[in-house]
Design a protein around this ligand. Structure first.
Ligand code: UDP
Length: 587
């Protein structure tokens, strides 16, 4: 749809140094020689104007296209809200694929498997990530009817997907990311659990074991459980649930993989059960989807809704501003659905039927720093619930407003909302908490709902580029406490954390905590607090120190289940040879 021409007086966005590197490398449009032919202002206007242009279709809109384009531009260039990377890269371009998250089915046939490999390649090329369940594939060594030979099983096919991904760099720059899921009752589950025990194996995949309530009960009781051949539906053997859980814990302790996803819980929250079960999530786990479904995400920077206390009042959150951002962001994300070209007709159909969007947050640690609330405190957990409840309620209100202007999502009548007469809503889901790996660099904020990895650190990005970052709120706090000095900053950059620096004021040490200072259970409580009010799921890593035991991981996995999380990912410091983020000491 034709976009509004760029107004002459459009303000120039302020781009931080790290964002410049990322934007130049991956986001600015380039000619065949690889030279960018758009500047930062043109990039954000391209996105704002092409997403706003969709508004033309809706006669009852409360916005004009040009007014909305300008609001979207201001929203993004103030970094209050950013859409997921594919939208920034591809909006207003011929490719026009704008969603980050996809799930594809893998059927139990050679044709089905290789269709899926091809579809994944098409999605990776456009900047999206793919999730698959391999649970429908017949187990290794079972008979192949058409040939009389034996099947090679899910793991052998997983390697083909991994290898194909290796060859296709996304959009010419970033490599595709995948999620592979296998149900715990698949006969090949032990091989799957051990699949990444060698470093570098299946490096383009995150793996998660799909756990069921029945399995968790069997673990509790120390019972055996049945393995079911998906092809025949027959029981092919039994395993002891406790032993399987123990090996799962051991492998996660060794390498961080596999994680877990609670499939029954994911499907309990399925808004459209009439369309079947959700069997997989996207690569980072925050977005469960139906087969052939996609979802576009966007994140609000919470660090920017901080309101400093006036006239002796405590600092707070600017709730009116947050509400304004949520409503505008929901309109943005709903327009993205219309503006996006999906790589397959089946995906277009599913997306347009359910119109899922995933609005989430980033800059959570920045907000806590400004409010002076330690991440590892009940106060922070309570505030997380309050903030996310507000965002979910307002995003649903915004979705209702859109339904008035544009009609509900086509599958509404058959959805849980339609059946309970709760709507009408424009979107089957509105909230997801993404990792915001790149968005947080562009926005210059802490990522997702994670604590800072370090107060000052060296970030290794693609091709060996190194970016140095110090948290600005930390610098301000040190200056206010008259504790700022060049030598101290160097020391912090080396250590990452200030936990052991007893000469610093106690309140500064309490508030400025990093991922490794935080007890794993607080990581989990924070994840659960955000999950409570998130329609889809929450991307979160529970960080553990190197000396954590398998027993610690077992406890976290178990508590994740008890706290109502949809999945869990743990990471024990130093357990993999290459880490994405490094403090000075680990260089
Ligand atoms: N993603 C991907 N490849 C990448 C990074 C992300 O496919 O290299 C997809 C994946 O589905 C992930 C989602 O994008 O779960 C969101 O990731 P993130 O929030 O880090 O992306 P950003 O928008 O910040 O680039």
């Amino acid at each position: 749809m034709a976009a509004t021409p760029m107004p002459k007086r459009l303000p120039e966005p302020i781009i931080n140094e790290n964002a410049k590197i990322v934007l130049q490398r991956r986001y600015l449009r380039k000619d065949t020689e690889g030279t960018p032919f758009e500047n930062y202002r043109e990039l954000f206007w391209r996105v704002a104007s092409s997403i706003a242009a969709e508004e033309k279709k809706y006669a009852d809109s409360v916005y004009t296209v040009s007014k909305l384009a300008r609001e979207f531009y201001d929203l993004m260039t103030s970094y209050r809200f950013l859409p997921n990377s594919p939208t920034l890269m591809n909006a207003g371009t011929d490719l026009g694929q704008l969603a980050a998250c996809f799930v594809l089915p893998v059927e139990d046939s050679i044709e089905g498997i290789f269709d899926s490999v091809k579809h994944a390649a098409m999605i990776h090329k456009s900047g999206g990530g793919t999730g698959f369940s391999f649970s429908r594939l017949r187990p290794k060594d079972s008979v192949v009817g058409s040939t009389g030979g034996v099947a090679s099983g899910p793991l052998s096919f997983l390697r083909i997907f991994n290898c194909a991904t290796e060859q296709i760099k996304q959009g010419g720059t970033r490599r595709g990311a995948n999620m592979g899921i296998l149900r715990v009752d698949h006969p090949d589950i032990m091989e799957f659990i051990k699949a990444k025990e060698r470093d570098g194996e299946l490096n383009n995949f995150n793996l998660s074991v799909g756990l069921t309530e029945a399995f968790m009960r069997a673990v509790e009781k120390g019972e055996d459980y049945e393995l079911v051949d998906p092809k025949t539906g027959l029981v092919s053997g039994t395993l002891n649930a406790g032993e399987v859980f123990g090996i799962l814990v051991q492998k996660a302790w060794e390498s961080g993989d596999p994680g877990m996803v609670f499939l029954d819980r994911v499907n309990r929250d399925n808004p459209t059960p009439a369309q079947g079960d959700m069997e997989s999530t996207n690569p980072c786990g925050e977005q469960p989807l139906l087969p052939y479904e996609a979802c576009n995400l966007g994140s609000i920077n919470l660090g920017l809704v901080y309101a400093a206390g006036q006239n002796g009042h405590d600092s707070e959150i600017d709730w009116d501003e947050l509400k304004r951002i949520v409503h505008l962001a929901v309109r943005f994300l709903d327009n993205v659905i219309d503006a996006s070209n999906y790589p397959l007709p089946q995906i277009t159909e599913t997306v347009e039927r359910n119109r899922k969007i995933g609005l989430g947050v980033m800059g959570w640690a920045d907000l806590l720093f400004q409010l002076g609330i330690p991440y590892n405190s009940q106060k922070a957990v309570d505030l997380a619930e309050r903030v996310m409840k507000f965002i979910r309620d307002e995003s649903r209100a915004a979705s209702k407003q859109l339904a008035k202007e544009r009609g509900p999502f086509p599958a509404y009548a058959d959805s849980v909302f339609g059946k309970a007469d709760l709507g009408p809503y424009r979107n089957a889901t509105t909230t997801t908490i993404a990792p915001t790996g790149t968005l947080s660099i562009i926005g210059g904020c802490s990522s997702g709902v994670e604590p800072l990895f370090a107060l000052s650190f060296v970030r290794n990005v693609m091709d060996g580029d190194r970016l140095v970052e110090t948290n600005p709120h930390f610098e301000t706090a040190l200056k206010n406490a008259n504790a700022h000095s060049a030598s101290l900053m160097e020391e912090v950059a080396k250590k990452g954390s200030i936990a052991s620096m007893e000469f610093l004021p106690e309140d500064v040490r309490r508030v400025f905590v990093t991922a490794m200072d935080i007890e794993p259970m607080w990581h989990l409580k924070m994840q659960a607090a955000f999950q409570k009010y998130t329609d889809n799921a929450v991307s979160k890593t529970v960080n553990l120190p190197n000396e954590a035991t398998q027993e610690h991981i077992r406890e976290i996995y178990w508590k994740a289940y008890e706290y109502g999380c949809k999945g869990v990912t743990v990471y024990r410091d130093g357990c993999k040879s290459s880490q994405v983020l490094c403090t000075g000491d680990s260089e």
